[in-house]
Ligand binder design. Structure first.
Ligand SMILES: Cc1cc2nc3c(=O)[nH]c(=O)nc-3n(C[C@H](O)[C@H](O)[C@H](O)COP(=O)(O)O)c2cc1C
Length: 198
């Protein structure tokens, strides 16, 4: 299995958490790390190149900080341009069929704030539902998100623990040791490893 990480952070030089999460990721055999803001600072996305990249991978990850309950803008532009009718969706659009999809995101808000009745009044999965449904329309297999919450207060050791878990999950996927049927039942992909330990 090959994993494509579509990374979007418009101010990577200021990043604290994503900087740690992506450190060394491109050295994992089977991972292609693709930094969208680095490649397309003017948003001039090369549709053919992006579709070719997608075709060569079995798992697609949107990795990004959570911005206004969504992705940074370039990931929306990317979807609008790259996911063409007749290619990604529609009766003849099968290019992405069966590929795994998930978001790996970081949020300023702590986990307890992402509950109905709490500060953000929605769960992360509710807020990510347009992305999940987009993946379904493209005949992909949507997995729960991998989330690092509470980025303003989190300790460096805890970020490293998340990074280790993230890399372990990527390696399981690459080595075909990942059970997507089990994973889809989770709210957070972070919990996959704990489930495997039981
Ligand atoms: C424009 C903007 C919008 C943001 N919107 C949200 C949001 O909707 N929810 C949230 O929890 N955090 C929000 N944040 C906080 C970021 O998610 C947080 O700073 C980021 O995940 C930290 O990762 P980094 O260290 O890699 O930059 C926002 C930050 C910015 C700059």
């Amino acid at each position: 299995m090959k994993v494509l990480v579509l990374f979007a952070h418009p101010a990577f030089h200021k990043s604290r958490i994503n900087k740690i999460l992506v450190d060394g990721i491109s050295h994992i055999e089977g991972v292609t790390f693709h930094d969208l803001y680095e490649h397309y600072p003017e948003f001039d996305i090369d549709i053919q190149k992006e579709q070719d990249l997608l075709s060569k991978h079995d798992c697609v990850i949107f990795q990004h900080p959570f911005f206004w309950y969504s992705t940074p803008a370039i990931l929306k532009e990317w979807q609008d341009l790259v996911l063409e009718h007749g290619w990604a969706f529609g009766s003849q659009g099968n290019a992405l069929k069966g590929k795994l999809f998930f978001c790996a995101l970081t949020t300023g808000g702590p986990q307890q704030a992402y509950q109905i009745g709490s500060f953000h009044n929605h769960t992360i999965n509710q807020l990510l539902s347009p992305l999940r449904q987009t993946a379904i329309l493209c005949k992909m297999v949507p997995l729960p998100p991998f989330v690092v919450h509470g980025t303003h207060a989190i300790e460096p050791d805890e970020v490293l623990d998340h990074k280790n878990d993230y890399f372990k999950i990527l390696k399981l996927i690459i080595n075909n040791e990942f059970d997507s049927e089990k994973a889809v039942k989770l709210n957070y992909l972070n919990d996959y490893l704990k489930m495997e330990e039981k």
